[in-house]
Design a binder for this molecule. Sequence first.
Ligand code: GTQ
Length: 346
Amino acid sequence: MMDEARKAELKDYSDKIGKNNLVPLWDRLKTLVTPEPKSPCQAHLWQYEDIRPVLLEAGHLLTAKEAERRVLILENPGMPGESKITTSLYAGIQLIMPGEIAPAHKHSQAAFRFIIEGSGAYTAVEGEKSYMRKGDLILTPNGRWHDHGNEGDEPTFWLDGLDIPIVQFLDASFMQHHSEETHEHVINDGDSLARYGSGMMPMDFEPVSNTSPVMKYPYDRTRENLITMKEAGNPDPCHGYKLMYVNPVDGKSAIPTMGAFMQLLPKGFDSSAYRSTDATVFSVVEGTGKSKIGDKTFNWGPNDTFVVPSWHYVQHFANDECVLFSYSDRSVQHALGLWRQDRGNR
Ligand code: GTQ
């Protein structure tokens, strides 16, 4: 134990050097270099029934044009004011009303659009229009013009997953508005999927970026793949039947800054405890169940969103056959050699 006199001496020292913007590492080392991840991110569940009515209310409060994007941010209760769902990721639920257009812009941040409800709306990315249906994943790679529109007669809701905190951390944000409300839509729905996402590639194809050239991963295909896997049997004890959305050019994550996944849990599936260093956002597509995250348990159903912080054990239980979408910063951690998992051999 340090005596009072030495404590005062060290405090005086630290106060003195503080005036020159210097800080003793010995006061900070324990919180900076932790034996394992220690996150401000908390496990949390957002029920769709709490979001939908208030977002619809915003649908009458302001137009998509006024808002630019009519979105409710899912803000982690452990990081109030930070617009983050995990320390590295952003999540929001976006609404576009029939007849509306969310005007064209482009930015350094990349986005996943995971469709929750509605039909007849689209996202157009660098000329390619992708119509939205429940369970579809649509990419907005960074730096590409994009606008959203609703040509149908139903309000359309989707989950926006963006790498906003990563870009913020790196101080690399640029954004620009288009001179027109929409940019030019010259490519048909499904074009990039046909060219790049069907096990074939155009002759002499040269990728222009490290992002997937496929703009939409339709749910009917994803679901069919998971069902085929289920029929073959042998689920992974931690994940059930789980696939990652990849860039067909290199087999890596479809978007370099975020990984996205879809998994099927058979009815009654009780997963083994699992933890990994990538805090993960889940969106329930089908079925009801519950997840034990650390020492909390959350009951979920279709369209609910929940977050599992880094290095927290998670165990899912499926009441029915369940389909879960998820995304995380796993691709970033992989690229940097930081990612770790623990398949629960406790
Ligand atoms: O649709 O471009 O949720 O720029 C946040 C920022 C959506 C979008 C968000 C955005 C967008």
